[in-house]
Design a protein around this ligand. Structure first.
Ligand code: ADP
Length: 590
């Protein structure tokens, strides 16, 4: 009976509100409103005299995969409720607001009474209280990169899998990540003349984390990075032919996917999942408890749109819930390294609230390194997100402060650069580069945005000379010119320069020049659930918790105090795969 209540309620709302804001001129109208990247989402809305009949999305440049659920649910909710007062879809807030804004414009054109149409309320997330029991060999909590890697690997090892995901869509932080994947690569690096090895990757990772990482976990990461990259390629994922140095990566061993952001990883896993039997994904389903039976993790309780879900994993449970960068409360609780992070933005999606830590802690898991929170000097000044970042490669850009001066080695560790940024006026800096990075205005950054779009939106400035650029940046031109001249001298010499920078490629001498503003932003939480190299969860007494695995950003101990850029994608895929394979090999609970 309860199931019918939301349907009846929405029908009733439709009856109550149909006509209130109606009085339309029947026909089809279009409208647009800016989405996440500033481009319009364009809709076409068909109305008759009294009601909204149909909403079509005609054009959008939103992030593939992230906004799909908003495109499905928001138009439906507007039509069912005959109201513009519709909740945004969690994790796709910008896209949701863009759709509502675009429909509002179309309805204005249709002569609708927008004030009346904004009353009433349509639920996009009605919840019932039924209980559903589901069974599989393995239950995975979280459908980001680590969780999906685990699900696929477990399935390849013959297990059936249930994946519980609290957000309306899969992908987590992985899908919106910078996507660089570090691996010592015997084929690409040799053809680029780059010297590297698994040992060098080990040494830089371990030392880059101030030797606070667990050597066994670091070894597992670097040794499995390249085989895991090949595993992804075997499932159809494509990476560019050349490796590069990612921000804070210290060495040119980062692999860039062909697809934008982290969409390539998620699409690869989802394509596998759709074309194979045995993996069920439940979105909008938040895990609330893990239960041990005779000391063994087997059951996960979750709350979903259709009620309570009890998922029984006869072999194992894998926690892959990501980090806690989006939880201001947890940041405040554990931060001991940085000034207050209360008002600092984050690159993270809103679901990165550290749920897995509490879930695992309740069943006795040990935690490690929770105080190590990674910030980037690369946040959008308004949103904290990575989008709008104009850098293309570490070698070819400099950072200058509001006085137009450089202040740090821009090839350094992420914590070093961000600490230096915190000391600058307004904690603000410009990334400055030249047209070597953007040979045409249609050249895109790493976030699928063209430089033309960024300039048009005022998120980057552009000028033919450094003098003119300085005016647009509002910094002293002499300082900016001196900073670029010094940099160019260091390029000629091959470094190191006065900041100790050694990573260089081209001189900055080809206009047009570009600059984009950036601020510190919370990016990654290095601490979390303690695991061993098999991805098994370790309890506070140092013993394995039978049947319980964890992988990805929810775990601690891999990166020490500071994660190298490009090591997160390696981590989540490597340990997700290990967790899935080992979980599938467990002996089922009796
Ligand atoms: P990782 O990079 O470690 O895979 P991601 O952030 O990409 O981390 O993915 C973690 C996923 O886990 C996200 O999609 C997030 O919404 C999901 N998640 C977090 N907490 C829960 C929870 N309590 N129940 C189900 N899913 C969760």
């Amino acid at each position: 009976m309860k199931k019918f209540i939301p349907i009846l309620a929405s029908a009733l709302l439709a009856l109550i509100f149909a006509g209130c804001g109606g009085n339309f001129k029947a026909g089809t109208y279009s409208g647009g409103a800016p989405g996440i990247h500033g481009d319009d989402v364009v809709v076409e809305v068909t109305v008759d005299k009294k009601s909204i009949k149909e909403i079509k999305i005609i054009e959008n440049h939103e992030t593939p995969g992230v906004s799909d659920v908003a495109f499905e649910r928001i138009p439906k909710a507007i039509i069912e409720g005959q109201t513009l007062n519709v909740d945004s879809v969690s994790g796709a807030t910008y896209s949701s607001k863009a759709i509502i804004g675009a429909v509002t414009k179309a309805l204005e054109a249709a002569g609708g009474n927008i004030a009346a149409l904004s009353k009433g309320k349509a639920a996009t997330d009605a919840v019932s209280s039924a209980t559903k029991v589901l069974n599989a060999d393995v239950v995975v909590i979280g459908a980001g990169g680590a969780g999906l890697a685990a699900a696929v690997a477990a399935n390849q090892a013959g297990a059936t899998v249930i994946v519980l995901e609290k957000m309306p869509q899969v992908g987590g932080n992985t899908i919106i990540s910078g996507s660089a994947f570090n691996a010592a690569d015997p084929s690409r690096q040799i053809s680029q003349g780059i010297e590297d090895s698994v040992d060098k990757h080990y040494q830089q990772t371990f030392e880059g984390g101030d030797k606070k990482g667990d050597p066994k976990l670091v070894r597992t990461l670097v040794e499995n990075a390249y085989p895991t990259l090949q595993w992804l390629e075997s499932m159809g994922m494509e990476f560019k032919k050349e490796v590069f140095t990612v921000l804070g990566g210290l060495w040119p061993r980062a692999h860039k996917p062909i697809k934008p952001l982290g969409t390539g990883y998620i699409e690869t896993y989802m394509n596998y999942i759709k074309s194979h039997e045995g993996i069920t994904i439940l979105t909008d389903t938040k895990a609330t408890d893990i239960y041990l039976e005779e000391g063994r993790a087997t059951v996960v309780k979750a709350t979903g749109r259709d009620g309570i879900v009890v998922a029984q994993g006869h072999k194992a449970v894998i926690v892959a819930t990501g980090g806690f960068g989006a939880s201001v409360e947890m940041r405040e609780k554990y931060n001991s390294q940085w000034p207050s992070l209360k008002n600092v933005g984050t690159t993270n999606h809103p679901g990165a609230t550290g749920d897995g830590l509490a879930l695992a802690e309740k069943v006795g898991a040990a935690m490690v390194g929770l105080e190590y929170i990674q910030l980037l000097p690369m946040g959008d000044p308004v949103t904290g997100s990575l989008s709008g970042n104009i850098e293309q490669a570490v070698e070819n850009r400099i950072f200058v402060n509001k006085e137009g001066n450089r202040f740090v080695d821009e090839g350094q560790r992420r914590d070093v650069m961000t600490n230096a940024l915190f000391k600058q006026t307004d904690q603000f800096m410009w990334i400055v580069l030249d047209s070597h990075n953007y040979p045409t205005m249609a050249t895109k950054n790493n976030f699928n945005e063209t430089i033309q779009e960024l300039v048009d939106q005022g998120r980057a400035v552009m000028a033919d000379t450094l003098d003119e650029l300085a005016v647009k940046m509002n910094v002293p031109a002499d300082n900016l010119k001196a900073a670029v001249a010094d940099f160019n001298k260091a390029v000629e010499k091959g470094g190191p320069d006065k900041f100790g920078r050694t990573l260089f490629q081209y001189k900055m001498d080809q206009g047009p020049y570009f600059a984009g503003g950036r601020k510190p932003t919370v990016h990654h939480t290095m601490g979390g659930i303690k695991i061993n190299e098999k991805a098994q969860v370790i309890d506070t007494k140092g013993n394995v918790i039978p049947g319980l695995y964890a992988a990805g950003e929810t775990t601690g101990g891999v990166h020490g105090t500071n994660r190298l850029g490009g090591n997160a994608l390696a981590d989540i895929n490597v340990f997700g795969r290990i967790a899935g394979t080992n979980a599938a090999a467990e002996t089922p609970a009796k």
